[in-house]
Design a protein around this ligand. Structure first.
Ligand SMILES: CC(=O)N[C@H]1[C@@H](OP(=O)(O)OP(=O)(O)OC[C@H]2O[C@@H](n3ccc(=O)[nH]c3=O)[C@H](O)[C@@H]2O)O[C@H](CO)[C@@H](O)[C@@H]1O[C@H](C)C(=O)N[C@@H](C)C(=O)N[C@H](CCC(=O)O)C(=O)O
Ligand SMILES: Nc1ncnc2c1ncn2[C@@H]1O[C@H](COP(=O)(O)OP(=O)(O)OP(=O)(O)O)[C@@H](O)[C@H]1O
Length: 488
């Protein structure tokens, strides 16, 4: 690990981020005016510092955190504010602490991205699935040397998967994990890139060898995410100029604007094949026609990376299943199929119902949608889910998803209020376990008909967020398998 106070200050200066260096009453632009420190660790948590740690003060960091850090011997911090009243440490005062954190973390971890072929995948829907497909192909192609950062799991050695917290990790965590991946012998990294990642500079300074832009539709609009669709789309578009080559999803909305971005930056665009073409040569284990669009993107990425057309490695994605995505369960007591899926906005609920229609439509099933929506963010999803489903299903059961401070019942009531179709029934059962139980019991009362239960928005998560803390939950998949007395 090679970062010192002097080299950090120089790097920040080169990137136009350094405002000045401050220690007590001494203010300077010259790092040589301060005792140099060779950093042995970097962190954004004031509770994890010692005399050779570089601390990044970002986001909702509070000045009082520095009191204990100072006692722990903190010697240097990066911040947008002068904290010399709270600490004797040297402050690298910058224009943007998150950009600084990304650049300095990459340097601290020895620029691991330079030893990897890095694939970045963005889009409103299909990021996780495409990332898993791509990793499977690159793993097969390279003999197990592809790492993955996804919203479900991270994988740093091509074979072990650990649950992740964010779609795109904080920059510092991302570069630390890239270092581990390189040390584990990985040659490829496939990562999901959320719009938030660009909004809060988690991938600042990172160039993707291949960037993929799958699709775009309204999502993530709220005060803590994006104020408008334009802002959401603008953030996602940053991947274009930060990639060496671009893969563009077939039928992507605003494709002309995306091509204009690429043309201005001189970046080659590879368009993905129509999903129907992929259906001719691949038989995916995971259900849903939309997954053939995700497969088309994975094939295009592999092509740009150099996997030859027709190579057997391309079929590695055929067997990929992703926990909590399009998982089917069949009841042993009635003609009922439950699908556990991660759909949670207009586009994905619509795609899910297209699948239900195609697979089960001929049997005119009774369709129940068990859904909630996230609290305190992505408000547009609430009417999006209702509008995508209301004329295509028989029954809504509104229940808990994840929340911060917003009461679950308020979210359920709001969603129920969006219903305009008089033919769809609805009920609110806030407790998610009870909601699924209720849906199963009602289905068993309809012995004369096929029932389709759609349990969406939680996938295989074993928790529900309440006040942003994880509260244990059995998981939609395990719950329904237990109630059905079987699992497939
Ligand atoms: C808006 C946003 O990006 N928030 C993220 C951000 O929060 P923040 O920087 O404000 O950090 P904070 O947790 O409020 O605390 C401020 C700082 O004080 C530090 N601290 C705190 C206490 C203390 O004693 N000492 C101390 O130093 C914390 O370590 C932190 O660095 O940094 C945190 C980790 O450092 C993230 O967990 C958090 O994500 C929140 C939880 C989140 O949910 N973000 C969502 C909106 C998100 O990013 N989603 C996208 C898209 C998902 C999708 O595509 O579906 C994603 O990429 O996941
Ligand atoms: N290409 C697609 N088009 C429309 N819907 C899709 C597509 N791919 C997946 N979906 C739906 O979206 C859900 C989430 O898929 P996935 O996790 O791959 O996307 P994501 O972009 O990572 O989503 P999120 O950002 O919400 O985590 C799936 O469970 C499915 O219902």
């Amino acid at each position: 690990m090679t970062l010192s106070l002097a080299s950090a200050a120089r790097l920040l200066d080169q990137h136009g981020l350094l405002r000045e260096i401050i220690q007590n009453d001494r203010w300077s632009l010259d790092p040589q005016d301060f005792t140099d420190i060779a950093f042995t660790a970097v962190t954004y948590d004031s509770r994890a510092v010692d005399a050779t740690t570089l601390l990044f003060c970002k986001g909702r960091f509070k000045a009082e955190y520095l009191t204990a850090a100072n006692e722990a011997g903190l010697a240097c911090y990066v911040a947008e504010t002068d904290f010399s009243e709270r600490t004797d440490a040297v402050g690298l005062i910058v224009d943007d602490a998150r950009k600084a954190m990304s650049l300095l973390s990459a340097e601290f971890y020895g620029r691991p991205q330079d030893s990897l072929t890095v694939v970045g995948i963005t889009g409103t829907k299909g990021k996780t699935t495409t990332a898993y497909f791509t990793q499977a192909v690159l793993n097969a192609w390279s003999g197990g040397k592809a790492a993955l950062f996804s919203s479900v799991d991270n994988c740093l050695d091509g074979k072990h998967y650990e649950e992740s917290d964010l779609t795109t990790p904080e920059s510092l965590d991302a570069f630390r994990m890239m270092r581990t991946a390189v040390d584990n012998g990985m040659r490829y990294l496939v990562m999901e890139v959320s719009s938030q990642a660009y909004k809060v500079h988690r991938v600042h300074g990172l160039t993707f060898d291949v960037g993929a832009f799958l699709n775009i539709s309204p999502d993530h609009i709220s005060p803590i995410e994006h104020p408008t669709f334009e802002d959401y789309f603008h953030c996602k578009r940053q991947i274009i100029t930060n990639s060496r080559a671009l893969v563009l999803g077939d039928g992507c909305a605003h494709a002309d604007l995306i091509r204009q971005d690429a043309a201005r930056a001189g970046i080659d665009v590879t368009e993905t094949a129509p999903r129907e073409q992929v259906m001719e040569s691949h038989d995916l284990a995971i259900d849903g026609d939309f997954n053939y669009a995700n497969a088309a993107a994975a094939l295009a990425i592999a092509h740009v990376i150099g996997v030859p057309d027709g190579d057997p490695a391309l079929h590695a994605m055929d067997t990929v299943r992703i926990a909590g995505r399009m998982e089917q369960f069949h009841d042993t007591h009635s003609d009922t199929v439950a699908i556990v899926d991660y759909a949670h906005n207009y586009a994905s609920v619509n795609a899910l119902l297209d699948f239900v229609d195609k697979r089960f439509g001929e049997r005119h099933p009774h369709i129940t949608l068990v859904t909630g929506s996230a609290g305190n963010k992505a408000y547009d999803r609430r009417d999006g889910i209702v509008n995508a489903a209301q004329s295509r299903i028989d029954q809504f059961v509104f229940t808990t998803e994840d929340s911060d401070t917003e009461p679950y019942l308020d979210i359920c009531n709001q969603m129920q209020g969006y219903i305009t179709d008089p033919n769809v029934a609805s009920t609110i059962i806030v407790d998610r376990t009870e909601a699924v139980n209720w849906a199963v019991d009602r289905a068993r009362e309809r012995q004369d008909r096929l029932n389709v239960l759609l349990l969406i928005g939680k996938g295989d998560e074993r928790w529900i967020k309440d006040h942003n803390r994880h509260v244990a939950y059995e998981g939609d998949d395990r719950l329904v398998a237990r109630l059905f007395g079987t699992q497939e």
